[in-house]
Design a protein around this ligand. Structure first.
Ligand SMILES: Nc1ncnc2c1ncn2[C@@H]1O[C@H](COP(=O)(O)OP(=O)(O)OP(=O)(O)O)[C@@H](O)[C@H]1O
Length: 914
């Protein structure tokens, strides 16, 4: 019937319905773009068929996208099938899944709601997980807080969805398993997982992992709300985490109600805290991703019409009140005008505050029953789910600084311990280089060596002990940090594969036991699939190296090796298995107890009888396995103790003796080395003393030689050296000889150099002298020229004077010729015209002759003046040259004098007889 409803085709009226006419039209991730289509006039269900798919894809691309992105709460609805009781009572279907995203009312077809996904009664929890939870889990593994909770009326299938059972594991075990798969698929990071488990019962917070942790307080800090004093357990495998949940379930308040034989009377919150950091050498200084994955199984709301009494009524009222507050908080969160959100009105909303207020991904799985008798409650759930759809969240990666992160604390501690171990391995004693040490150091070193010999033995022992202690501490810490076994095949970015390998829970979960333990139980072909313990390959422990080597040589050898070396681990493993089984038995026993109480009240109820039988069988089976495990443990202990005894009595003792022999041999070698070094030191000291004496005497000789004026001559110096040499000690003769020769050589080269200098100076002196001579010659020649010029000048001046006189005379004659006396003119006129004309003709001829003469003398005068000027200039130039020559001569003379002074000085300082 239910399947009929699930596959029921859309009714014709629906396609025209104003409600869900295009459920797949909205694929956005923002509520603002999310179309709201009123169906029944009251509510306004939204439609988004492909949204969940979109979000799923989004989660895969998270790395590529920003750390922040706006999303809505993923809201899904899961129908459970009608229960046998409901079927017996002839219940009808009131609500059904219409396609993948619509929930429709059977009796009022226009009343329909759209969600991210609607799951029909035949859907498996795995399918629900893939759509509603996987992206939250993967986000949490990447540092984004995640919350998944199941909401619905009592008996609607919340616990079935969240916890499930052996045949159909719920969201919680699937999430835990997925988290470990992600670790395996992310070799680039290392993880540390912690779990806590609490319940809110009658508004009291109890720690389910710690029975003593009752009525815990909720506190608040910058990061948000937290439960004070809650126990957190580091988990190493899904089996480990699930065994803790099973143990916690033992303490959960469960009771029988009219609707549910095992009704949850409290809300439970299972929190997986995930820390991850980059794996490898570059991890130092990198921020740590810290996130929490809250997996919540709410108690079911109960109809007020249901008659309950006593304790159940009280529980019911607390449950209803907190769920009502949850509804109010969600309404207010989606109402833009609300100023106050009443988170504090219930413990549940207080604890969910950071999730609901938008920091992280949220997935709400509403479980509903299709039965008509619960139609109203189902409708309420659907409306609640619809409201929740509109909460807008902002998923952010939480990056934290070192101090707050446990993983960093452990990593740092491991690093420091490893360094300490390395130091111990290297040993502290480092002998300094001989050439660097002084005399005092030698004595000190000698003393140290003597002391060291005495202390060496005890120190070696201490170091061995410290090494062992550090190794065990490193192993204990690294055991808590989980990395993928693919870490060595380092891939740059975690490539999320398509579908993951799936397997059911049970024996196979042991596969997730850490490397240290699984090696006892698994066959070789599965080895690479499992999460290993970080550091096993890094501890540098010889045992582990051997182990690796053995693994290379074949699994059988490796197992043999492991078995012989790590029998204790096998016992641990068996004990852990026993513990898990005991937890399960305890859980089943309490269920059985409650069922038997129920059976006493309803003796005719066959369902209870069947369940009791099935659980009893399971308990019996598990008890048998526990007994088997106990036997195995006992056997292992026997084998281990025998092995220990025989090993200790034979191989270990032999090994120890061998070690002891080795150490004493080492000691002997070191002592011999020490003796040799001491002898060498003594010899060196003697040599050193001898050399010091030689140096002192040479110094003395040198100072004596410097004081005496003639000692610089090679001969006398050699003589003196020779004389001194004779006085030298025979032991130091050779070095003395070397020093003397050296000294002589130095002096000779110095003298040679000085000689060269003197020759150079003499040459330059000769050059200067010849230059001087030349200049003197030039100077006398210039003087001769000057006097010749002066004579010529004098002659010229005389000639000029003569010419000038002549010129004056001629001028006077010319003037006389130009102006004849009046008397002479009158007589000429009176004595005849012809005589006068002849005279006139003679006078004209004589005047032109004079004019020519005058012009010529003027020209001559001018040329004389020019020659005179030229001579003056030449004379001035010659005089300047004479002056220059004089100056040059004076300068050269001065230089020459300086040189002579220099030569004299050199002669004096070198004592060279030049
Ligand atoms: N999807 C489902 N398929 C098959 N059986 C289911 C499904 N959901 C629930 N059931 C069965 O219905 C019964 C009630 O389920 P469950 O205990 O999970 O309800 P609940 O909502 O947790 O109730 P409560 O709030 O009171 O604890 C159980 O016997 C469970 O096995």
């Amino acid at each position: 019937m239910s399947s009929r409803r699930e596959s029921k085709p859309k009714k014709s009226g629906l396609s025209n319905s104003k409600a869900v006419n295009s459920p797949s039209s909205s694929t956005t991730s923002s509520s603002k773009q999310f179309p709201e289509i009123s169906i029944d006039g009251q509510s306004s269900p939204a439609s988004s068929s492909a949204r969940s798919k979109l979000q799923y894809i989004y989660s895969d691309n998270l790395h590529a996208d920003a750390d922040r992105s706006k999303e809505n709460v993923t809201v899904t609805v899961r129908f459970r099938p009608l229960s046998p009781r409901e079927l017996r009572q002839g219940e009808e279907i009131a609500w059904y899944a219409d396609g993948e995203t619509i929930v429709r009312n059977e009796h009022n077809q226009t009343t329909a709601y759209a969600y991210d996904r609607v799951f029909g009664p035949t859907t498996t929890t795995r399918q629900v997980y893939d759509v509603a939870a996987q992206h939250v889990v993967s986000g949490a593994m990447e540092g984004i807080n995640g919350t998944i909770f199941a909401y619905g009326m009592t008996s609607s299938g919340k616990t079935h969805t969240m916890h499930g059972d052996q045949r159909s594991p719920g969201i919680i075990p699937l999430a835990v398993k997925d988290a470990f798969s992600i670790i395996q698929e992310t070799p680039s990071r290392e993880f540390l997982l912690r779990v806590s488990y609490l319940e809110i019962y009658n508004e009291v917070v109890n720690d389910l992992l710690n029975p003593a942790g009752q009525n815990l307080r909720i506190r608040e800090d910058a990061q948000g709300t937290f439960v004070e004093g809650i126990k957190e357990e580091v988990v190493l495998s899904p089996a480990h985490a699930l065994s803790l949940i099973a143990a916690g379930e033992e303490h959960r308040h469960v009771g029988s109600t009219n609707f549910n034989l095992l009704s949850s009377r409290s809300h439970t919150i299972f929190t997986l805290t995930i820390e991850s950091s980059l794996y490898g050498e570059n991890s130092e200084g990198e921020a740590v991703n810290l996130s929490q994955l809250n997996l919540i199984d709410l108690a079911g709301s109960e109809s007020s019409k249901v008659e309950t009494t006593g304790i159940r009524r009280k529980e019911g009222s607390y449950i209803n009140k907190s769920l009502l507050t949850l509804g109010t908080v969600i309404s207010k969160l989606t109402d833009g005008r609300a100023t106050h959100i009443p988170y504090r009105d219930s413990k549940l909303t207080r604890l969910l505050q950071s999730s609901l207020s938008g920091h992280g991904r949220v997935s709400l799985i509403c479980t509903v029953t299709p039965s008509s008798s619960n139609s109203e409650e189902t409708h309420n759930t659907l409306k609640f789910a619809h409201r929740a759809k509109h909460i807008e969240i902002q998923a952010e990666q939480n990056k934290i600084i070192d101090e707050k992160s446990l993983i960093k604390k452990y990593q740092n501690e491991i690093r420091a311990l490893k360094e300490e171990l390395e130091q111990l391995k290297r040993g502290i004693l480092t002998i300094p280089q001989l050439h660097d040490i002084g005399e005092d150091d030698i004595i000190l070193l000698k003393q140290k060596l003597e002391d060291g010999q005495v202390k060496l033995q005890s120190r070696l022992e201490q170091e061995e002990e410290a090494k062992a202690a550090l190794l065990s501490r490193i192993q204990r810490l690294t055991k808590l940090i989980l990395v993928s076994t693919n870490a060595s095949q380092s891939s740059r970015l975690p490539q999320r594969p398509g579908p993951r390998r799936r397997h059911s829970f049970g024996e196979e979960e042991l596969a997730y036991l850490p490397h240290r333990r699984r090696d006892m139980t698994l066959d070789g072909e599965n080895v690479e699939l499992y999460v290993s313990l970080k550091g096993n390959a890094e501890t540098g422990c010889d045992t582990l190296k051997e182990e690796k080597k053995a693994r290379k040589n074949g699994l059988l050898n490796w197992l043999k090796h492991r078995t012989s070396l790590k029998a204790v681990d096998q016992i641990d493993l068996l004990r852990e298995q026993q513990k898990i089984l005991s937890g399960e038995v305890a859980l089943h026993s309490s269920t059985l107890k409650r069922l038997s109480e129920e059976a006493a009240r309803n003796p005719q109820n066959e369902q209870i009888q069947d369940k009791m039988k099935r659980i009893s069988d399971e308990i019996r089976g598990k008890n048998e396995r526990i007994a088997l495990l106990e036997k195995q443990i006992a056997d292992s202990i026997m084998v281990s103790s025998n092995m220990e005894k025989s090993e200790i009595s034979q191989s270990t003792v032999a090994e120890l003796v061998a070690q002891l022999n080795e150490k004493s041999f080492e000691l002997e070698v070191k002592a011999a080395d020490n003796r040799i070094i001491q002898e060498q030191l003594n010899r060196k000291i003697c040599e050193c003393e001898g050399l010091q004496e030689t140096v002192a005497s040479l110094k003395q000789q040198l100072s004596d030689a410097l004081e005496s004026p003639n000692v610089h001559s090679k001969a006398s110096y050699s003589q003196q050296i020779k004389m001194n040499g004779l006085q030298m000690d025979k032991e130091v003769a050779a070095p003395k000889e070397i020093s003397r020769d050296l000294l002589i050589k130095t002096q000779v080269t110095e003298i040679e150099e000085l000689k060269h200098k003197v020759v150079g100076l003499t040459e330059s002196k000769d050059q200067l002298e010849s230059q001087n001579h030349k200049l003197a010659e030039e100077s006398s020649y210039a003087k001769g020229l000057a006097s010749a010029a002066a004579v010529e000048l004098k002659e010229l001046s005389e000639e000029v004077a003569k010419l000038m006189n002549k010129n004056e005379r001629l001028m006077a004659e010319l003037a006389a010729a130009k102006n004849p006396p009046t008397q002479r003119r009158t007589s000429t006129v009176r004595n005849g015209r012809r005589e006068s004309l002849t005279k006139q003709h003679d006078q004209v001829g004589s005047s032109s002759y004079l004019k020519r003469e005058l012009a010529m003398s003027k020209e001559r005068e001018l040329s004389y003046e020019a020659a005179l000027l030229e001579k003056d200039q030449r004379e001035a130039e010659l005089q300047r040259k004479v002056e220059e020559s004089k100056q040059r001569e004076a300068y050269l003379e001065n230089e020459l004098a300086n040189m002579w002074v220099l030569v004299a000085k050199l002669k004096k300082s070198n004592g060279v007889d030049t």
